[in-house]
Design a binder for this molecule. Structure first.
Ligand code: URA
Length: 410
């Protein structure tokens, strides 16, 4: 294949064939096609888009660039959830063990924080000892034993996505719908799932700002999944305010412990139950029962112990990771909370050290926000509307003004 011709073809908006897409992706993954040519191609895709058929070929080629998981013939249905990411989105930590209370397997491969949205792996790593880097054999043995694993992408899974994502990240080509669809779905399809539920978020704190954009992304991901034989479903969920009442790694784990012990904030519990009911055999009522009667908690403890984590630390995770400064933000007047800006809180959380500004940054597990007020909640002057957890007075001062503006009361 003559690579410049393929770039020109895409630049002119002409549909590429399956062998042409395979030549580009395989050549790039092997290192035969240089970054400058692949960058030009990605930018052509950014402006010209891709047809549904091209997106499907791209996804399949990327999935086939590495290993896909294989299961014993008689194993139960394999199910998973993918969220497009939001602020305070800790759903996976509860949903994975909850689904595993049902007769399904949950082979969950997750990511790290991206921009203002937190990552499941970072949250899990705030649990002392928790190992997200299991090899495939160990992970599959755990799946047979307890029905769930939660790990990061291995070097063998979708290497094409790893290379292409790194290139997109520095060439302004991340926000291209077909490239996003292929990137996300190739990794999920490598899990060899029977059913996948998508939680596609829209609003201030999400990648997609409008419901219409979220619907379009959901439709495209669903089409690709169905063509590959996966039973697909999706929810569109608003992300204008943070999900639940905490933002920040260990703070979010503490909130998950509350939910797994039958408590927790209503918005988060409702979303977890809705998503669970989409991919499992059990009903929403059954899942709620498992949250309240200790079944889901027991499964979570099994999961943490299986992956080397200290389950004894779970109920005191807040004291394991206590930031030196806890600063209550007081309501400047009495009234009703009209808006709580998820984007501003997400940005402040990264600034406090809870997320990464550069790919190799370490995250600070202790910092973030707790007791975050919810839209529609009555508030009283001089009572806290959230608590900021900071490593230093200087980092607290750097976020205070934007956090004060994030809460609108009238
Ligand atoms: N998450 C991914 O894994 N890939 C994208 O392209 C965007 C979000």
């Amino acid at each position: 294949m003559h690579v410049p011709s393929l770039i020109e073809k895409k630049r002119e908006g002409v549909e590429l064939t399956a062998p042409e897409i395979a030549a580009l992706i395989d050549g790039f993954t092997r290192g035969d096609i240089p970054d400058y040519q692949m960058s030009a191609w990605a930018m052509a895709v950014f402006f010209r888009g891709m047809t549904a058929v091209e997106t499907q070929h791209l996804t399949k080629t990327m999935m086939q660039s590495g290993r896909t998981l294989a299961y014993p013939a008689s194993s139960p249905p394999k199910v998973d959830k993918h969220s497009t990411g939001g602020v305070g989105d800790k759903v996976s930590l509860v949903l994975a063990p909850l689904l595993a209370c049902d007769d399904v397997w949950v082979p969950m491969i997750s990511g790290r924080g991206l921009g203002i949205t937190g990552g499941t792996l970072d949250k899990l790593e705030s649990i002392p000892g928790f190992n997200v880097n299991l090899d495939e054999r160990t992970a599959l043995a755990q799946l047979e034993r307890i029905g769930v694993f939660m790990i990061g992408q291995t070097a063998d899974i979708c290497p094409a996505d790893k290379r292409l994502y790194a290139l997109r990240d520095v060439t302004g080509t991340v926000p291209s719908q077909p490239l996003i669809v292929a990137s996300i779905m190739s990794k999920k399809l490598a899990e060899n799932l029977d059913r996948l539920v998508l939680d596609v978020k829209f609003g201030r704190g999400a990648f997609m700002k409008t419901r219409a954009e979220a619907e379009e992304l959901a439709t495209s991901m669903t089409d690709v999944g169905k063509l590959m034989g996966v039973q697909m479903s999706h929810l569109l969920s608003p992300m204008d305010e943070p999900l639940g009442r905490t933002v920040g790694n260990a703070l979010e784990v503490a909130e998950c412990v509350e939910i797994l012990q039958g408590g927790g904030p209503d918005d988060l519990v409702a979303l977890i139950l809705d998503l669970g009911a989409q991919v499992s055999n059990a009903s929403r009522a059954q899942f709620w029962q498992w949250l309240r009667d200790g079944t889901a908690w027991e499964k979570f403890v099994q999961l943490v112990e299986a992956q080397g984590g200290d389950a004894g630390a779970l109920e005191k995770i807040g004291s394991r990771h206590r930031a030196p400064i806890s600063h209550p933000l007081l309501a400047p007047k009495s009234g009703t909370l009209r808006s709580v800006d998820a984007e501003a809180i997400g940005r402040a959380s990264v600034q406090l050290g809870g997320g990464r500004q550069k790919a190799n940054d370490n995250v600070d597990f202790a910092v973030g926000f707790s007791g975050v007020g919810k839209i529609g909640q009555p508030v009283v002057r001089n009572e806290p509307i959230c608590v900021v957890h900071a490593r230093s007075q200087a980092s607290l001062a750097s976020v205070l003004a934007q956090i004060e503006q994030a809460f609108v009361i009238d």
